[in-house]
Design a protein around this ligand. Sequence first.
Ligand SMILES: Cc1ncc(COP(=O)(O)O)c(C=O)c1O
Length: 381
Amino acid sequence: MVLQLPPEVGALPIPMFDLSGALAEAEDAIRSNLAEMHRAGQYILGPQTSAFETEFAREVGGVAAVGVGSGTVALELCLRDAGIGRGGSGSAPDEVILPSMTSLFTAQAVLATGARIRVADVSPQNLLLTAESIDRAFTPATRAVVAVHLYGQPCNLPDLSSLCKQRGVALIQDACQAHGAFVKGMPLTHFSPYCAYSFYPTKNLGCLGDGGAIVTSDPEIAARLRQLRDGGRLGDQLCRAPGVNSRLDEIQACYLRAFLPHLKAWNQRRRNLAAAYAEGLRHAGALRLLEWDSDSVHHLCVARATHREALRAYLADRNIQTGVHYPVAIQDQPGLIPHASWAETPVHGAQAAQEIVSLPLGPHLSLEQVQTVARRIAEFA
Ligand SMILES: Cc1ncc(COP(=O)(O)O)c(C=O)c1O
């Protein structure tokens, strides 16, 4: 008897994340950077980190970059440098507005400064903050807004930066999912001098562990941040101010320097694959892609599905991985609730948490793999 198997059973999995293609493309540069690091024998704040800082700032259109231990610390240091903290004695604690739909680490960065979280709802179309929802969330204690460029799509920065200027508060950009993004050709730092990036391995530019950086348009901010990340020191043993111990490792800089020259091409491949999803899912009633524009660098391809768990199980049975970014909105995270408030219930963020699903997308996925995913989704419908 001949056993009949459905076509995808036994096929290679279509993964959410796989670094092997990037490692293969950059192999020679990785080897040469690691060899140089071994020769130099400097493993913290050495030549690889400082070269990467120069190269990364140039790539994303900033004046300077400061490498730190994670995207969370990058955000925390931006907030601290902008003067955000517990607030003065006798006054209400500082509040920082952030979107209802983001990584919980955006919120942890705010709490690390001693400030409170003020949650604003997001647009149902792209899950980003809007000037209107930020405006409604303001209180007299608001000191900053964290604009999260979720899934690689930059927020409406012209609107957000003029609102923050008008209100006299800092605009911090969470670009942890937006490496290489520009807004109509302008670098992100054109709109505020604080852009925080994460190099968590799954990112458009990732390393092989934790890492992060702040990119700024202001050399004085860069100088203060270098002191903050290194215990208040400036390459000596003198502590000039309270700081943290969070520096980008030299070994991670070796990988990042090798990957960086590929970032543009990898983002373009992500763009092409997202367009293939849009084409392949045009008639798939089970699922609706979120909106994006041509400035997106497509960190994730996210859709709303009415029967999300059934769809994910159907795809998993066919060797197709999916993810959820994120299953719990900020205002519903048990550990954040005591430290958060909101003016209006963030209903769009809460509903998105129930419906969103992230589809496989990466520069080393093939067009055929994406078309297979789209076909299986259409089949599920
Ligand atoms: C939007 C967003 N903000 C903040 C972070 C925190 O970055 P890290 O994991 O490097 O601390 C991440 C990464 O997971 C993120 O995606």
